[in-house]
Design a protein around this ligand. Sequence first.
Ligand SMILES: [Zn+2]
Length: 110
Amino acid sequence: MPITITKVCQWCGASMETTRSSKRLCSARCHQAFHRWRQSILPGASPKDGFKLIQDWMAGNSHPNSNHPVNKLHESLSDFCKAATEVVTQNTNQLKSTIAVEQSQPEGIL
Ligand SMILES: [Zn+2]
């Protein structure tokens, strides 16, 4: 009986059950997308070259497939940073106006 292993699709990042250790893509759709991408940037390149290039992208925490989870992670991180910056800016402005009010009070009132 063949041993089933869990691998991650190199194109979409989905996990997949397979009996082939060499399997790298989960579906015909991913095969096609990977093939198109490879031919568009490295015409005539072998799949091996394409996977090597994906590894380079992944080393930089990115992926040529915009729907890959690693890219989604960047989006949520950047949304989070924007929201956090917004809160800090609001608090800073509030603090600045409080300080301004206190400084404009005449001597002896506080
Ligand atoms: Zn896939």
